[in-house]
Write a protein that binds this ligand. Structure first.
Ligand code: URP
Ligand code: ZN
Ligand code: ZN
Ligand code: ZN
Length: 485
């Protein structure tokens, strides 16, 4: 009691003396509008957005010539994740710090239910990984690998339990047989459960069984180089799984969200469903928009292992289709699927066998820079659409809106002061991710985060993280209330 009372009066004292922060003279960009306006922040919350807010006693942030954006939301990250016989190289400290420096103020990471264990166990384990480490606010999806032996009853109850804990989304895998892959019955049951509990199923859509046959054949023929990871995963195997996932969701009466969509063939399936009014959603990632087999795996050397992730890099012709998908809203979100493994001592696990290369690549720090430069600067996306696909849409789809994902009175003051003219060259030599290479090495981008606020606190200035490690809070996300309502 005493302690709580003390905290309460301390907080009141703070409010009396803390006169808030006023971001002046910037251009506020939301998904809906671009306006010249000041933004007043008090107690971590956006208080007012209008031009001509009096300076009073506020701490002034001059945003002349700057864009004022809602903090980025990366809805697909894998920090401190055991995978492929090793663990992703960034933990919640290094990964979220790098995210913040790049203008991302919220992530949604994935907890993994191991076969034969309860989801609660995984949730506790991931809270433990994040606690005292996460530098920005974080939510968690739950990866479901099995629903239990009692006709799925335990697992389905667990899903409801997770929703009550703010885990409003689940990922199921149609790929990685014998590791993470779920069969159609499990997927269908999970989809049906979300039709009633309001959560969202995220699908890794690739036909894992077919791919496995192709992979085994390649290995038998002595094809062990990294490029065979890409060549053994045809785009039709992705499209077929997307089509099947959407069909099962349709039968279950539930929405579905396709993660890391990589190809035109797969996108066509999403478009066809959306044209019929089916609530199918999909994200893509910077690597599929900007990298390709031709550009990045042409050496046919082990260096190509830097680009081994799943789905794999595709032929270059897919890139324009994915940009079109973002423009036409057949793709709603750009996430990173940040899952870094060091080249020197992790990717090399597969030096004699591409199936042993840990799957995944780094990107949490560079998402806004890349999408701003190659999307907005090149005229493919408006600034509003840029904000929408990197912040507003993930907030809505994953039950965080309007607390996150916009600049409006009452929202958390997660704000990026974005310098649209800042030149930056992406390189492993200067990036903040704990990984020894960059997938975008040497890419020159115009536009970068100058200051980043998280719940009103200045946590990044000119590339330096100023916040306290572990200041990030777990986000309880709301089920349904998403874009399909
Ligand atoms: O290669 C990837 N994408 N690794 C992370 C796990 C996943 O499938 O998202
Ligand atoms: Zn005032
Ligand atoms: Zn996946
Ligand atoms: Zn992933």
């Amino acid at each position: 009691m005493g302690r709580a009372h003390y905290n309460y009066s301390y907080r009141k004292e703070l409010t009396k003396t803390d006169m808030g922060t006023l971001i002046q003279k910037g251009t506020v960009v939301t998904a809906q509008a671009t306006i010249a306006a000041d933004v007043l922040i008090e107690d971590g919350i956006i208080k007012e957005v209008r031009s001509g807010i009096p300076s009073d006693g506020h701490t002034i942030v001059d945003a002349t010539h700057m864009l004022v954006l809602p903090g980025g939301i990366d809805a697909h990250t894998h920090l401190d994740m055991p995978f492929g016989g090793t663990t992703s190289a960034d933990d919640f400290e290094t990964g979220t710090r790098a995210a913040a420096i790049g203008g991302t103020t919220t992530i949604v990471d994935f907890a993994i239910q191991s076969r034969g264990t309860r989801m609660r166990h995984a949730l506790d384990a991931w809270w433990k990984k994040a606690e005292g480490k996460s530098c920005i606010d974080y939510g968690l999806h739950m990866i479901v690998t099995d629903l239990g032996s009692d006709q799925g009853k335990t697992g389905l109850d667990d899903m409801d339990d997770m929703v009550r804990e703010g885990v409003a989304s689940f990922k199921l895998f149609m790929a990685y047989p014998n590791v993470l892959m779920a069969d159609d019955a499990t997927i269908f049951k999970a989809l049906k459960q979300t039709a009633s509990n309001g959560a969202l199923i995220c699908m890794h859509a690739e036909n894992g069984s077919v791919i496995d046959v192709i992979v085994q054949q390649a290995l038998a023929e002595g094809k062990t180089a990294p490029i065979y990871h890409a060549l053994t995963r045809p785009t039709i195997a992705e499209a077929e799984a997307v089509q099947r996932a959407i069909a099962m969701a349709e039968i279950a009466g539930a929405p579905v969200y396709i993660v890391h969509l990589s190809s035109e063939d797969a996108l066509n399936q999403v478009r066809e469903a959306r044209d019929r009014g089916v609530p199918a959603f999909a994200e893509t990632c910077p690597q599929y928009l900007l990298l390709s087999i031709e550009d990045n795996m042409k050496n046919q050397s082990f260096e190509d292992a830097k680009f081994v992730f799943t789905p794999p890099l595709r032929e270059k012709k897919n890139q324009a289709k994915l940009w079109d998908g973002l423009k036409s809203d057949n793709l709603q979100v750009v996430s990173t699927d940040h899952c870094p493994f060091c080249f020197a001592d992790q990717k090399t696990l597969g030096v004699n066998d591409f199936t042993k290369i840990p799957n995944g690549g780094p990107g949490i720090e560079n998402r806004l820079q890349l999408i701003h430069h190659y999307g907005v600067n090149s005229g493919k996306l408006t600034l509003n659409r840029f904000v929408e696909i990197t912040s507003t849409a993930p907030a809505r789809i994953f039950g965080m809106y309007p607390r996150k994902g916009t600049i409006a009175p009452g929202s958390d003051a997660d704000i990026v002061i974005w310098d649209p003219h800042a030149d930056h060259t992406i390189s492993a030599a200067t990036h903040n991710m704990r990984v020894d290479y960059s997938m975008f090495e040497g890419f020159k981008v115009k536009g970068n985060a100058r200051q980043v606020f998280s719940r009103g606190e200045l946590i990044v200035e000119h590339g330096n993280f100023l916040g306290k490690i572990g200041r990030g809070q777990y986000l309880r996300r709301a089920a349904r209330g998403g874009a399909w309502q």
